[in-house]
Design a protein around this ligand. Structure first.
Ligand code: ATP
Length: 205
């Protein structure tokens, strides 16, 4: 290795990292699977939950009318933080509900589609509502609100059902599927169909 006594050489960048994007409603089990994936996957991976970015915000009260804009700005920054970590060669497990259409469209613009694995984390609504009531730390009705939105674009690379499998079993299924995923990836197809240059953008919600 070359000498660099002043530590002035910017470290080289390996090929872009892989991003496993866990997409499901609140209480579907994304964080639980992410924790298991870090244990199951070979090599070094980071868990990047959008919740961690919301938790970084100062505790000053936000006016009701400003709240959605604050949340959207945080989410948009989170997307770019994910893209930046991956661009530096880090492998990531991202835990994020695609509960508004613009979130998917924005991620299609900033992530490398061939390096992105889109996982549908599914769970029937009655079980989601049971978990939501049991944990008590989520706004009641949040899972129901997101239920018909998060998977509305339909296409994913891998599906798991957390009402049938434990977080560990879901993580093993995802890990086992990685080497043989068909191409094009869901993100490649979605980018081609939803983000074609010159196509008028659909309304972002
Ligand atoms: N496969 C599973 N089987 C049974 N219970 C589960 C399973 N996965 C998660 N749970 C339970 O569901 C609750 C929510 O799990 P978790 O925090 O992983 O969900 P989440 O999708 O990350 O939620 P949020 O987006 O609200 O943070 C927890 O109480 C967890 O123990």
């Amino acid at each position: 290795m070359a000498q660099d006594p002043d530590h002035a050489s910017v470290p080289g960048t390996p090929a872009g990292g892989r991003v496993i994007l866990l997409n499901g409603t609140s209480s579907s089990g994304k964080s639980s699977i992410a924790g298991e994936l870090l244990d199951v996957l070979d090599g070094t991976w980071f868990h990047m939950p959008v919740d961690a970015f919301h938790a970084m915000r100062c505790k000053r009260e936000i006016a009701e009318e400003d709240l959605q804009a604050e949340v959207d700005r945080t989410v948009k920054g989170f997307h770019r933080a994910v893209a930046g970590m991956a661009a530096a060669g880090n492998n990531l497990v991202v835990d994020h509900p695609l509960s508004r259409r613009w979130r998917l469209l924005d991620l299609l613009d900033v992530l490398v589609p061939e390096n992105t694995v889109l996982v549908a984390v599914r769970c029937p609504l009655p079980e989601l509502e049971r978990r939501e009531a049991e944990r008590g730390d989520r706004q009641p009705g949040l899972a129901a609100l997101q239920y018909h939105r998060v998977h509305s674009h339909e296409l994913h690379d891998i599906d798991v059902d957390t009402s049938v499998h434990s977080p560990r079993e879901c993580a093993v299924r995802i890990s086992d599927a990685l080497p043989d995923l068909p191409r094009p990836t869901a993100f490649e197809t979605l980018r081609r169909t939803l983000r074609r240059p010159g196509r008028s953008p659909r309304k972002h919600r």
